[in-house]
Design a protein around this ligand. Structure first.
Ligand code: 28G
Length: 732
């Protein structure tokens, strides 16, 4: 008895200390306590379900953001065991949820393949949750247990029967005294859950948001696995080959290593390599990536050199040439992964390189031999890349000479006097007249101006050599000072703020997108470092009697005019009753949103009424467009009232009423502002508002650029229809 008590205390102390350790240094366990860490909690829980799926016992995972901000994950696996743990003197489920690293390290044979970046297990999530409730269906009974900040608050009990159903359901509410982020974001979770569904083929992940107003809902389920992932990434690119798939396994030093590769060439000029180890995105690459690259280079070289009219003896084709236009997913499962690198996302296990290399090289060669037409298409693409690179090298010489002698900074650049790049800013200004205003208004010490004339080249569609032949692009490269391509060196940046300042019209938006695409594709490090910004010039000046004010966006102006306009103005429901003021304002806001969406859609060459009809026919509930129009019914109106003009007229009337006594001046372009105005509103570091461009999700951004810039009309139309609101806000 005494000994049992002693053990019991020792075990309790183990729990106590473990949970306290996590709460004291949460960042050590989950990376950080911001947005990443907050979402990481979800990944840890979902990973348990994924493990259960990989073990062959779970096929469906449900994830719900609940109305109260908590989150539920439910799976149809075997259910966490609830019987007494042989040594811990408490139910196994309690052990799993309160003892650190109890996630799956019970026996060596069943290693945990899945696991978040930190692989810390669900007990950490428990420790960092204000509360956690777990329900297990197992052996015909529903079991329930509750915790608060890692400690049991309601011991395990049977709460019902469940026949032969089995599974685990975990609901938790993160401890808001620990996290600085306080809400789950649909987009972030969506991206990760989609990725998990691609990486674990056949698993059905259902995701719903009951918290936000939009009530999104999506199911991710891909029988094609990573091949479906490749197709997803290449949507809207023109494929040059089918999706090619390899998989195999081999013994490694710590157990069996399983590798899967999916690849496809497209006519794009960029490369997309996404690698994973145990479902973790290895952003920094590692041995699986080097194994793949080595195999590709060797095999394509061998095949291309043997081919008639293929790679010539003197051609120094590089690995980069071989990867132009390639999209590849490499996914490996390694028993004891070693993660290295700055962000611990680089796979270090040495033996993985050889394993991936041999799986790819054998089968890729066989594939080319069995599909010579595909082999030829690949070699042709590679030779085009090679020739373009040679041409680009020559073109670059000229550019580099310009950078080297320092004196030949582009003539159009109005440089600043300060030489410390952390203090300087480069404004890329559309058009000469705006350039003139910017030049005379600027702070000469720290602000440089580069006026850009005409359209910047669309780098999505142009080869490197053509790009470098373009005067605007060359000027840009020289002014920024980091060089280009192989000579790129971000530490040579001459400014740490590069500000895109374009007109607030369609042309301006186009130039901005082209510049962003250029930076994103060709100088991504500038964006990673946070050097790229978008200026936010005002759209309007509102004058009233003797005062004047700048207004930044259409939305801001509408809001202002509606407030003024609804003062002594009656808006009626469709039935005729007068709306109370707050309701009238909400209604007007909705109409203004519909107007903005319609305009955005039209600017991209589509018709809102037609898109809406399509969305209704397909029943696509996620459509923004559809949602906005459906909301009209809350006021007794329908889409036809908008399209026939009645509601549009109403909106115009209210705005016109609001405009009485005001003088609203719209700045059609930056050039319409004088130097002082431009400086005051847009350039003055004390007063201006600027948006920093981030790479919050490189995959999403890449897809977005391809979609919006690509040639394929149908996917673009679908994307715009589905993402009307996002696109409108992003203003691409
Ligand atoms: C819904 C949210 C997260 C889980 C299971 C299933 C088992 C399990 C989980 O075992 C470790 C291994 C065997 C005792 C395993 C059930 C074997 C037999 C499981 C989850 C300790 C824990 N029956 N499903 N853990 N066992 N789902 N989803 O957490 O020896 S965790």
């Amino acid at each position: 008895m005494a000994e049992e008590n002693g053990n019991y205390n020792a075990e309790n102390i183990q729990v106590l200390e473990g949970m306290e350790a996590v709460r004291k240094r949460p960042a050590m366990y989950i990376g950080d306590t911001g947005e990443r860490g907050y979402h990481h909690l979800v990944y840890e829980v979902v990973d348990n379900s994924i493990d259960e799926a990989l073990a062959g016992f779970c096929s469906v995972i449900d994830v719900v953001i609940n109305a109260d901000g908590s989150l539920t994950v439910q799976d149809n696996g075997r259910g966490i065991p609830v019987d007494m743990h042989p040594t811990q003197h408490k139910p196994a489920i309690e052990v799993v949820l309160t003892i650190l690293h109890a996630g799956g390290k019970f026996d060596g044979s069943n290693y945990k393949v899945s696991g978040g970046l930190h692989g810390v297990g669900v007990s950490c999530v428990n420790a960092l949750s204000e509360w956690m409730k777990v329900e297990v269906k197992r052996s015909g009974k529903v079991h329930h247990i509750e915790f608060s900040r890692g400690h049991v608050t309601k011991p395990l009990e049977v709460v019902g029967e469940c026949g032969d159903e089995t599974g685990t359901k975990v609901t938790f509410f993160p401890d808001h005294t620990i996290f600085t982020c306080h809400a789950f974001k649909w987009e972030i979770l969506c991206n990760r859950l989609r990725e998990l569904a691609f990486l674990n083929k056949g698993v059905k992940i259902h995701f719903r948001d009951d918290e936000g107003a939009d009530h999104h809902e999506e199911t991710f389920h891909y029988e094609g696995g990573i091949d479906a992932f490749t197709e997803y990434l290449n949507a809207n690119k023109k494929p040059l080959t089918p999706v090619i798939h390899f998989e195999g396994s081999a013994p490694g030093t710590t157990g069996t290593v399983v590798a899967e590769v999916s690849m496809q060439y497209t006519d794009s000029f960029s490369t997309l390599e996404q690698t994973y180890c145990n479902n973790i995105h290895t952003v920094e690459g590692g041995t699986h990536l080097s194994g793949f690259r080595a195999a590709l280079t060797r095999t394509v070289n061998k095949y291309g050199r043997a081919m008639k009219n293929g790679i010539k003896e003197k051609d120094a084709v590089t690995g980069d040439d071989m990867r132009e236009g390639l999209t590849v997913i490499v996914s490996v499962k390694v028993p004891q992964p070693q993660f290295e690198g700055q962000t611990k996302t680089k796979l270090g296990n040495g033996e993985v390189q050889g394993i991936v290399d041999s799986i790819v090289s054998d089968r890729l060669m066989t594939f080319f031999e069995e599909n010579p037409a595909v082999g030829e298409a690949v070699v042709n693409k590679i030779m085009m890349a090679f020739r373009a690179r040679e041409a680009a090298r020559k073109a670059r010489e000229t550019v580099r000479k310009g950078v080297m002698d320092g004196l030949s900074l582009p003539g159009k650049l109005r440089d600043c006097s300060e030489r410390d790049p952390s203090k300087t800013e480069l404004f890329l200004v559309e058009g000469d007249s705006a350039g003139g205003s910017a030049q005379s208004g600027r702070d000469r010490a720290t602000q440089a101006i580069l006026p850009l004339r005409g359209k910047v080249l669309n780098v999505e569609k142009a080869r490197v050599d053509r790009m470098l032949a373009n005067a605007e692009i060359r000027t840009l490269i020289t002014a920024i000072g980091c060089g280009f391509g192989e000579e790129w060196d971000v530490s040579k940046a001459r400014y740490h703020k590069i500000v895109i300042m374009t007109d607030a019209d369609v042309d301006g938006a186009h130039i901005r997108t082209l510049l962003l695409t250029f930076f994103y594709r060709k100088m991504p490090e500038l964006i990673e470092k946070g050097y790229v910004y978008l200026a936010q010039p005002p759209l309007y000046k509102v004058e009233r009697k003797k005062t004047s004010e700048y207004v930044l966006t259409d939305g801001d102006l509408t809001e202002r005019l509606l407030t003024l306009g609804l003062d002594d103005f009656e808006v009626k429901e469709k039935g005729g009753a007068v709306m109370p003021p707050e309701r009238a304002k909400d209604f007007m806001r909705l109409l203004a949103e519909i107007e903005a969406t319609e305009k955005m859609v039209a600017e991209r060459g589509f018709n809102a009424a037609a898109l809406l009809a399509d969305a209704e026919a397909q029943g696509s509930g996620a459509s923004m467009l559809r949602k906005e129009f459906t909301s009209l019914s809350g006021y007794g109106y329908g889409p036809e009232d908008w399209f026939k003009g009645e509601l549009r007229q109403l909106l115009d009337d209210v705005r016109a009423h609001g405009k009485q006594g005001l003088n609203v001046v719209r700045f059609k372009g930056l050039g319409e502002m004088d130097a002082d105005e431009l400086f005051d509103t847009t350039m003055n570091p004390e007063k201006r508002r600027m948006l920093r461009v981030t790479l919050s999700d490189a995959v999403a951004a890449d897809r977005m650029f391809t979609l919006l810039m690509g040639d394929e009309v149908e996917p673009r139309r679908k994307f715009i229809e589905e993402n009307a609101l996002n696109v409108r806000n992003l203003d691409f």
